[in-house]
Design a binder for this molecule. Sequence first.
Ligand SMILES: *Cc1c(COP(=O)(O)O)cnc(C)c1O
Ligand SMILES: [Zn+2]
Length: 412
Amino acid sequence: MICIECGAKYLDGPSRYWCDRCNGLLEVVFDLEMLSADISLSWKKRPLGVWRYSELLPVRDPRTVISLGEGGTRLYHCDRLGSAIGLKRLFVKNEGDNPTGSFKDRGMTVGVSKAIELGMKYTICASTGNTSASLAAYSAKAGLKCVVLIPEGKIALGKIAQAIAYGARIVAIKGGFDDTMRLVKDICAVHPSVYLLNSINPHRLEGQKTIAFELVDQLKAVPDYVVVPVGNAGNISAIWKGFKELYNLGMIDELPKMVGIQAEGAAPLVKAFKKGWKRVEPVVDPKTKASAIRIGHPVNWKKALRAVKESKGLFESVSDEEILRAQWALASHEGIFIEPASAASIAGVIKLRDLGLLDGDELMVCIATGNGLKDPKYVLDNYEVRIVRISAELHKLREYLMELELSGNLKI
Ligand SMILES: *Cc1c(COP(=O)(O)O)cnc(C)c1O
Ligand SMILES: [Zn+2]
């Protein structure tokens, strides 16, 4: 591992989450020249999924891998939504297909396997929901005790239900996500048998970079834009790292532009990017209904700013209203139901089009980070619910169908 701030190098060994010298973020690096030239041939023999790419994952012994069959998520060509918003080649990668319903599983299969390799007894994370659901599941499969810290009262119904069912020990903290994150870092600094599995853990990001590998395998091309909802900014950094590795291996000869989307009330990276700052100013009380990206002080801000700049991409923000409409638009045009944070990516694409930054022919991929069923209460609270009541008589139902025929289609 290498420190992205001061360049200090660390051999794979005891658990380490930040640089001993300067507290900087760490990154896993592979000696790409040591890899055999034909790893892509081995990849073709394995099913699509995280472990297809094992040569580029930091786990030494395949027998210690803890897997629930993560990755291999579907990629949809959204032609109906695309033509409604003037984009011919709009694709959605549905990470809601993963075992616990979010992309976090890609990171956790690697991270929890690492916990086993290192002989850890406990796993821990701070979470707005999906991290705890995923860590709880992988810890259960590994036989490790899992402790999750959640900001009290701020976590979606489906996610807390998952953490409970998978048997995590749940601690509610009075405060926001950023407070719980600080606490988790502090406990892991003094407690060596507790393994930290937030996205500050560089091994977790290694699993998540496989989104890039799968996209290239599924599209047989490199997208022009990859649009990612951003909270702690680990995922956008990981996906960019994945593309760069393929590029450095000579497997692709272009790179996508990375676009990070934040919610207006929780957009420290958007602000830093637009002002050309070298660092972010934390948002003290972040506000958005998209709880998975309600983050005021993104742990991986530095990696993410670098990813977006290197790729010549951008950061943009969207309102809660735009997120709501985007979730509805995707579900009602394409039959894909994603959670609010994920819909920020669709809202982001619509915004780029409105800003005149797209000509309509670009190969666009939105990363739909989590399943819509995670947050059912959001739909019930925010949609105009259209349920009509009639008595159980045929003529009533026929009247209803006649009215329906007269009414127009819903518009975006
Ligand atoms: C975790 C999560 C995000 C944010 O990912 P980061 O790596 O923290 O930027 C976005 N959407 C969903 C559904 C998530 O679970
Ligand atoms: Zn350092």
